[in-house]
Every structure is written in structure tokens, then in C-alpha cells.
Design a protein around this ligand. Structure first.
Ligand SMILES: Nc1nc2c(c(=O)[nH]1)N[C@H]1C(S)=C(S)[C@@H](COP(=O)(O)OP(=O)(O)OC[C@H]3O[C@@H](n4cnc5c(N)ncnc54)[C@H](O)[C@@H]3O)O[C@H]1N2
Ligand code: MOO
Length: 655
């Protein structure tokens, strides 16, 4: 009898089909990598206090001097012998003769305070020999007439208003312990306790190489066709510095084995750790991992890890030196860097393992995942309706995204043997950096006009976050009370009304603005030029050579377009990007001939435009949230002349 292979067997078979050396679990890959390395902190070096910020103390440091260095007065007044003031009262004041010196800060006393005398002293002045207390100037009276003297009407306690030498920290006392990260506070202590320099752990030097024929330095304009800005090197260099390393950015290398091998050999000579990105998968140009075998033992320790993002990760060592090839995809590169490389950098830098915070949240939407790989899903967090819990919204941008890791609050894992996670499931979200929930949470349809309103709020110091999940997704979030505002432009085909048919108990509809949706096409295209919008759509839908770029399901634009197509599925229909801009770019670049977008975007891309619908872009607001200050500020901004003018310039009309 033939039985279906078990799930585990299916996963093992899938792994065997990979060309990778062996697809390992993340734990096993980490174990092999760490076992091959020397993870002790690097040797010490001495730096001046001005360079000591964020460095790690290499060995325990004792105070080199007393602080304060001498007994000193903590008030402006008179240094005297406490015994001379015993029994002083309103009725029987004590009279003390003044010595002929004034102890300003920095003045060494010359006259001993003998019984029956006092010396004028400033805050911080050196306590003179003989004195054991200080009285405040306002508790004394200057005696008129018979020579310089003061009268006191209350007794002083021995030691009062004296800061004794070494009472803050005494010479030889432990000041800083090994492993302490130096902040401004430690620098202050070092300076006060007699140190001008400090022994710190040498920062691990991390060489960063980007590989790929398509890569160009950030900011290259115009971008050559097919070129991609090298964002990995930029984010990796900054992340190296954030975790105590010294980045050595070596630049961009073409997919040329000989050149790359030479560069990596040189990097291994100067750096403590070498990080490459790109070229570790299976394409013909994927050469990075191939050269490692020639650099010396032990070589590749893991190539292929059962996780997503990051499957093609390659961990290696040459001697005891770590060498890592990160996947080229930006989210995969930075995610695997943080999981596998950051702990190594921190260990070499003498830093403790990074503190990790995990919060429980409820998953907002069903999230599919690939069987056989632990999938890490980048999420944004929002507060639940009662304000007591959190909802996790998958960013849904994939490994190639350059924004997912940077914009996510954190991530949760879907186990290798699951094919997804269900909406409403509790998930453990590990935070990336510090998650700061925004004051204003906006979930729904995005419009360029919204950015202008939010700009005004930002000027008032109110942080907003927008999650573009389409009009229907936003409406669902508003119904659950999980956002402050759900922007929507939903057309009800039956009534021809926008948004109001979706209104229900517990929700308000705040009018936003009107915008013109229409057909976008390249100027001069005779198939569209001069036609009425609806007629143009009918003709385009019937022309097999005319390629559409559609919109994502759940977006208001898609609902509008589907209504106009009346069930037709013209060529290009499956191409469903998520924004007006993506539609305009596809048409401008000739990858499609037409699509539906708002007039403002059509103008920005220099496209032809046939108006179709004057639609309402409004905001669903959960009533329970109406009183929140950030929401009130948003509503006020919406009404303001400044915002109305900005919207008008963009081509929107007030609702
Ligand atoms: N046939 C297969 N193709 C791919 C597989 C596979 O198993 N079979 N794995 C996919 C996975 S998973 C990943 S992750 C990527 C990683 O591929 P590489 O590490 O070889 O990366 P490249 O091909 O060089 O580049 C991928 C992608 O990333 C962009 N990139 C590269 N470097 C940078 C950089 N420094 N800054 C910004 N962007 C960069 C590059 O332009 C590509 O778009 O492979 C899948 N393919
Ligand atoms: O493993 Mo790759 O990182 O999915 O994108």
C-alpha cells in the first residue's frame, strides 16, 4: 500500500531538491557558525574621553583621584569652629572675629581658623585648617563698628555644609567595570575622577562588500535602466556601528569571480569580519559563495537555512575569522544580518547580547507561509479597541522590500510545518528597536492628499502611521475599533453613492475631499486620445492588443474598475499592483497601455487622462475614538485653510 509522505518527509524532500550544501535549521546553522569562531572580546586600546562615547570598557577602572579633591564648602558663608557657636540663641548671640582673607573658589587658605574667629568662604571654597563647619551668610549678621566680625543666633553642627574630600568617590574605589558601555554619564565620572583616557575594547572592523552588476551608489541620477541603488551597504554599515563595530565599506563589485576573490582576500587581511551581500542564490551570476572554498579552512559552515526571509544565507569562516554572504534581497539581507551576524559583532565588541522584547498581539489578517521554512513576518502594531491589547498587521511586502524591515515594529514566526497563520491568532511579536505606537493610526486606502494633512500634523509634533490595506480592509479595522481613521472611496453601484452605504452604528463618516478617477494612458495613444472615458474602457477591454494594469482586490479603485468592466477580463487583468503610482509607472514605462488612477498622479507622471468618476475620499471614524486628541487635531487640520489650499494645489476639491 502506498501512503502519502508525512509532512516532515515532504519538507526533507523539498530540502534535498535544493542545490544548497544542506538546508539547515537556523539553530543548527548558528551552532556550527559560533563553534568555528573565537567570540571573546577583542584586545584593549586606549582612547581619549572625547572619543570614548559608546565604547566598551575593556577592564575595571579605579578612580585615579578623590572627588571632591579637598574638603569644600557647599554654601556661601563663613568657615568656623562649631564649638564656638554652642549655645547661640536669639537672646544670646555668639560673636566671631573675621580673618583677613576671603576663600573664593580656587584660592588656597593661608590663615588658620583659631577659636573665636571665622573666614568668609564661597560655595566650592577650600575649608581652612581649624574650621569644622560652615554657616550660611543669611544666618549671620555683620557687626557694625568695632572691626570685622559676625554675630550668630543659632548653633552650627560640626561638619555642616562641608563636602569632604573623597566623599563622592575616593581614589582607588571601583569607578567602572569591564563591559560597561560608555555614555555621557560615564565620561563625566571619568573626568571627575582624574582620567583623561580610558581603556576600551577595540571595535571589530567589519568589511562590507556589495555584489551585483545592477548595483550603483545611492543617489545616482539618472538611474541607468535596470540599475538598483546599493541600499544594503548603507543599512549594514549603520547597523555595524549601532552594534559596536567599525564599518569598512569596500563598495560595489561586479559578478566577477577573480575580482571579487581578490577583494575578499584583501578584506580578510584588514577586517575582523567580512560581510558580503548578494549572489548567494542560484543564478549564473551568484558567485559569492563559490570563492569561499578557495580562501582556506574551514570554509563554508552553512549554506541554505530553512527560514524566510534569508534561505540562501551562507555562513563561513577562514581560520577563526567569520565570513558571511547575506542574500541580496534587502529584507533578507538585513534580517539575517541581525539574526546571525549582530551577535558575533557584539561579542567581539564586548557588548552584552542585545536586549529583546516580545509582545503578544492578535494577528489582523490571515497570513500564508511557505511549507518547510520558518517564516518571519514583518508587522506593524496598532492598539486594539479597548486600548489593552495589540493587533499585528503584516506589511506583506516580501523579501525584496527595502522598507519592510525599517518600517516594521517587529516580527513573528510561522513554524516550518505550517502553511500560514489565521486571522485573530495570538502571535508573539519580537520588537525591532523600540516600538513606539503612533498617536494617530490610519488604516485603509491611501491618497497622496493624505500626506499633506499628515505633514501639517507632523509640524504639530503628532506622529501618524498609515497602513495602506485598501478601503475595505480599513473599514473592517474601523469596525473592530482598531484604527482612528479608515480612509475609503467605496462606490455603491446600486445607489451611485460613495461611502455612506457602508455607514453603521458605532462609526462616523467624516467628509474628506473629492478626486477624479480616470483612465491613464500614454499621451498620443490614438486608442484613447479624445475619447469619453467609459467608451475608452469599452474599446480597450475589447482589444486583445491593449494591455491593462489592474489594481489590488479590496481597493476602491479596483471596485470602480470592476464595475465599469462589467465582468470583462481584458489582458493584463492579473497584474494588480497596490498603488496609483505603480499603475502610472507601468503605463509610463510601456509595460501596460492603460489603467485607472487619480488625475493628480496622472499629471505627476505626464500621462494622458480621461475622467471617469468624481469620487469621494472620506474617513470612517470609530465613535469610541472620536475624543482622542490626535484625531481631533487631524479633524481640525482637515478644516484648516492651509490644508484646503494644499489639497487644491494638488487638484483635489473639498467634499
Ligand atoms: N531559482 C531560485 N531563485 C531564487 C531562489 C531560489 O531558491 N531559487 N531564492 C530566492 C531567495 S529566497 C532569495 S533571498 C534571493 C537571494 O538571492 P541572492 O542572494 O543571490 O541575491 P541577488 O540575486 O544578488 O539579488 C537579489 C535581489 O536583491 C537586490 N540586491 C542585491 N544586492 C543589493 C544591494 N546591495 N542593495 C540593494 N538591493 C540589492 C538585487 O538587485 C535583486 O533584486 O534569491 C531568490 N532567487
Ligand atoms: O529566503 Mo528569501 O530571503 O525568501 O527572500
Amino acid at each position: 500500500m502506498v501512503t502519502a509522505p508525512s509532512l516532515t518527509e515532504q519538507v526533507r524532500r523539498a530540502a534535498r531538491q535544493e542545490q544548497f550544501l544542506e538546508v539547515l535549521s537556523a539553530e543548527e546553522a548558528t551552532r556550527r557558525f559560533r563553534a568555528a569562531l573565537d567570540l571573546a572580546p577583542l584586545e584593549a586600546e586606549t582612547v581619549g574621553l572625547a572619543e570614548a562615547l559608546h565604547r566598551v570598557v575593556a577592564q575595571g577602572i579605579a578612580a585615579a583621584a578623590d572627588a571632591p579633591p579637598f574638603d569644600r564648602s557647599s554654601v556661601d558663608g563663613f568657615a568656623l569652629r562649631a564649638a564656638d557657636t554652642a549655645g547661640a540663641t536669639e537672646a544670646s548671640p555668639r560673636r566671631l572675629r573675621l580673618n583677613g582673607e576671603v576663600l573664593a573658589c580656587g584660592t588656597a587658605p593661608a590663615i588658620e581658623v583659631l577659636p573665636g574667629t571665622a573666614t568668609a568662604i564661597a560655595t566650592g571654597g577650600v575649608i581652612p585648617r581649624g574650621a569644622d563647619a560652615v554657616v550660611m551668610i543669611e544666618h549671620t549678621e555683620l557687626e557694625e563698628g568695632g572691626g570685622a566680625a559676625i554675630a550668630l543666633r543659632r548653633a552650627a553642627a560640626p561638619g555642616q555644609f562641608i563636602g569632604f574630600a573623597g566623599s563622592d568617590i575616593a581614589r582607588g574605589e571601583a569607578l567602572l567595570r569591564a563591559g560597561t558601555t560608555i555614555t555621557s554619564r560615564e565620561i563625566g565620572m571619568l573626568a571627575a575622577a582624574g582620567h583623561a583616557t580610558v581603556p576600551v575594547v577595540r571595535r571589530p572592523r567589519v568589511a562590507i562588500l556589495s555584489t551585483g552588476d545592477e548595483l550603483v551608489p545611492p543617489g545616482t541620477t539618472p538611474l541607468p535602466p535596470g540599475a538598483i541603488p546599493d541600499s544594503n551597504a548603507a543599512i549594514l554599515a549603520a547597523a555595524v556601528a549601532e552594534h559596536g563595530g567599525e564599518p569598512l565599506p569596500l563598495g560595489i563589485f561586479r559578478d566577477d569571480e577573480a575580482v571579487l576573490e581578490q577583494a575578499v582576500r584583501r578584506a580578510l587581511e584588514t577586517a575582523d569580519l567580512v560581510v558580503m551581500s548578494g549572489g548567494t542564490s542560484k543564478g549564473a551570476g551568484d558567485v559569492s559563495h563559490r570563492i569561499i572554498g578557495r580562501l582556506g579552512p574551514p570554509g563554508v559552515l552553512a549554506h541554505g537555512v530553512a527560514l524566510k526571509p534569508g534561505k540562501p544565507l551562507c555562513l563561513a569562516a577562514v581560520g577563526r575569522k567569520p565570513l558571511v554572504v547575506l542574500p541580496g534581497f534587502p529584507t533578507s539581507a538585513v534580517f539575517t544580518f541581525h539574526e546571525f551576524v549582530v551577535p558575533v559583532i557584539r561579542a567581539l565588541a564586548g557588548l552584552p547580547p542585545r536586549a529583546e522584547t516580545t509582545l503578544e498581539a492578535s494577528l489582523a489578517i490571515r497570513t500564508p507561509s511557505e511549507l518547510g521554512r520558518t517564516e518571519y513576518v514583518m508587522v506593524s502594531l496598532s492598539e486594539t479597541a479597548d486600548g489593552e491589547g495589540l493587533t499585528a498587521w503584516p506589511l506583506g511586502k516580501g523579501s525584496g522590500s527595502v522598507t519592510a524591515f525599517s518600517q516594521a515594529d517587529g516580527f513573528f514566526a510561522i513554524p516550518a510545518l505550517a502553511q500560514g497563520a489565521e486571522a485573530g491568532m495570538p502571535v508573539q511579536v519580537r520588537l525591532i528597536g523600540e516600538a513606539r505606537l503612533p498617536e494617530l493610526s490610519i488604516i485603509g486606502s491611501h491618497c497622496v492628499g493624505l500626506d499633506d494633512v499628515l505633514e501639517v500634523l507632523a509640524e504639530q509634533g503628532i506622529r501618524a502611521r498609515t497602513l495602506a490595506v485598501g478601503s475595505l480592509g480599513g473599514l473592517a479595522a474601523a469596525r473592530r475599533g482598531e484604527c482612528d481613521l479608515a480612509p475609503a472611496h467605496l462606490l455603491d453601484a446600486k445607489t451611485g453613492l460613495y461611502n455612506t452605504p457602508w455607514l453603521e452604528a458605532g462609526l462616523r463618516l467624516v467628509p474628506g475631499w473629492r478626486r477624479i478617477q480616470g483612465v491613464v494612458f500614454r499621451p498620443g495613444d490614438a486608442r484613447f486620445e479624445g475619447l469619453d472615458g467609459a467608451e475608452a474602457i469599452r474599446r480597450a477591454a475589447a482589444d486583445p492588443a491593449c494591455l491593462l494594469v489592474n489594481r489590488n482586490a479590496g481597493s476602491g479603485t479596483r471596485i470602480l474598475l470592476d464595475g465599469l468592466l462589467g465582468g470583462a477580463r481584458p489582458p493584463g487583468y492579473p497584474n494588480q499592483p497596490k498603488s496609483h503610482n505603480a499603475v502610472a509607472t507601468a503605463v509610463a514605462q510601456g509595460r501596460a497601455d492603460w489603467g485607472m488612477a487619480i488625475g493628480t498622479v496622472a499629471r505627476a507622471y505626464g500621462l494622458g487622462f480621461l475622467p471617469i468618476a468624481d469620487e469621494h475620499y472620506d474617513f470612517f471614524v470609530p465613535e469610541a475614538r472620536l475624543e482622542r486628541p490626535a484625531l481631533q487635531a487631524f479633524l481640525a487640520a482637515l478644516e484648516s485653510d492651509a490644508v484646503r489650499e494644499r489639497l487644491r494645489v494638488l487638484g483635489f476639491t473639498p467634499a
